[in-house]
Design a protein around this ligand. Structure first.
Ligand code: GAP
Length: 436
């Protein structure tokens, strides 16, 4: 019996959500490409995140910083020194693993059945991906691809203060790519070498009470957001980091974890970064990064409560959570705001011009509002099942009666109920159902 993960990976490939990176060349470990359905799902997730945090709130502004930064920024943020994982090598076959991933080590040892497996002593392996910039061969400068998107927000703290009217407490939101030379990428997109993050750096007064208040606030806020997107509560939990596992910048850290088919795993992190980043960037850049309170005139370095989520990891967990089998049919019960296509339109028969024409009219009318799929192949049952697999909430069919009575059949993905609707009322009906 295929397990859930195999089914999700296979559906993701078959229906155009996620493909292995550079597949025709044999792939590139830890990289993934999003197909037509996946690119839409990813865009909807990021738009929904942005809407929730930037558009609907008054206290968070967005930035979109460069991936390539002056290498001093990475020295200042501590990444050149401390962005490391402990690496061990199997002395039998020279495969490398993370010393702190006991399950992967045990699995590897099983492969050498009957033999004693010796490992090298753990050594600290830096995860930053290096690149070379410049046009003169041999005189290029080494830079780093960002290992987390955070630095781009931190180095623009003063620019944001000077160009907007934000007042503490306020946040800086950003979505973008990050790169890590992961020792063992794996579990599909879960641990990749190129991935995307969605983060808010939320700056507050540097007081213990404020720190605790906002740390708790953001934990609850982020959990509620995922639950609001339809994720099953029983598959989500908080896990506080122990003192010895916190990142070098964090005073406190809690993960939201998801119950995957291979156990509870980190979904996203909430980190109390204190004034670590601003203090270090102030020290290394020699630019005054203090915030001046507009009422009291007091100048201080604020503390930062960060929420950091992986876009790709969210997509993976949303796919796993949404995957349902109901008898013969496979249905992705994705939240309507995330579904790649909101509606699919079908003419009952492809070779009846009056049906195709009417269906095209409806398709063209709906298209300006959201992504609409078109399908005229095979029988209606197969078309419904194909849309169920990519999570399309509604299917609209134009049949022979539609030409006479100006009504269409609307079929609901989750209940499979079919209702006849007046074509003139269709947009209002769908708009209300989809509440976009
Ligand atoms: N700025 C804080 C930060 O980057 P992190 O816990 O290292 O913290 C935050 O990463 C989130 O980014 C993780 O919870 C996960 O969702 C995602 N992430 C981290 N490494 C990843 C990887 N190798 N592949 C996919 N997603 C990753």
């Amino acid at each position: 019996m295929e397990n859930l993960m195999d089914k999700v990976v296979s559906l993701a490939k078959r229906r155009g959500f996620i493909f292995p990176g550079s597949e025709i060349y044999g792939g590139l470990g830890g990289t993934w490409d999003y197909g037509p359905a996946g690119a839409l799902l990813k865009k909807n997730l990021k738009d929904s995140w942005w809407k929730d945090l930037v558009q609907l709130r008054g206290d968070i502004v967005g930035v979109d910083a460069a991936i390539m930064m002056n290498p001093k920024a990475w020295e200042a943020s501590g990444h050149t020194q401390a962005f490391v994982d402990p690496l061990v090598e199997c002395k039998l076959c020279h495969e490398r693993y993370r010393a702190d991933h006991a399950d992967e080590i045990a699995l590897h040892e099983k492969k050498h059945k009957g033999k004693t497996v010796d490992w090298t002593e753990p050594r600290q392996f830096n995860l930053l991906v290096r690149a070379y910039l410049g046009v003169v061969e041999g005189a290029q400068s080494e830079i780093f691809l960002r290992g987390e998107i955070t630095n781009g927000a931190q180095v623009n703290f003063k620019n944001v203060l000077d160009s907007t009217r934000v007042k503490i407490p306020f946040g800086v939101a950003q979505i973008g790519k990050a790169f890590r030379n992961e020792i063992t990428p794996g579990n599909f997109t879960f641990r990749s070498r190129e991935f995307e993050q969605m983060e808010v750096q939320f700056y507050i007064k540097p007081e213990e009470k404020e720190g605790k208040k906002w740390f708790d606030y953001w934990k609850k806020n982020r959990m509620a957001w995922y639950v609001g997107l339809g994720m099953s509560k029983k598959n989500l939990r908080f896990r506080d980091h122990a003192d010895d596992e916190r990142a070098h910048y964090a005073r406190a850290a809690t993960d939201i974890e998801y119950k995957t088919p291979w156990g509870w795993q980190e979904f996203m992190g909430i980190h109390h970064r204190g004034d670590y980043d601003l203090a270090r960037h102030q020290q290394y850049s020699k630019v005054d990064l203090r915030y001046r309170d507009p009422y009291t005139g007091e100048a201080y370095l604020p503390w930062d409560i960060e929420t950091s989520a992986g876009v790709d990891r969210s997509i993976l967990f949303l796919l796993i959570d949404a995957y349902h089998e109901e008898g013969e049919r496979v249905v992705l019960k994705l939240h309507r705001t995330l579904a790649p296509y909101k509606v699919a339109v079908f003419p009952l028969l492809a070779n009846k011009p009056q049906l195709v024409e009417k269906a095209r009219e409806i398709y063209d009318t709906l298209k300006p509002h959201y992504m609409v799929a078109w399908d005229e192949r095979g029988n209606i049952g197969k078309r419904y099942f194909a849309q169920d697999e990519i999570g399309t909430p509604y299917c609209v069919t134009v049949d022979f009666e539609s030409v006479e009575d100006k009504k269409v059949t609307v079929r609901d993905r989750d209940t499979m109920r079919q209702e006849r609707f007046d074509i003139n009322e269709l947009i209002d009906y769908l708009q209300q159902k989809l509440r976009l």
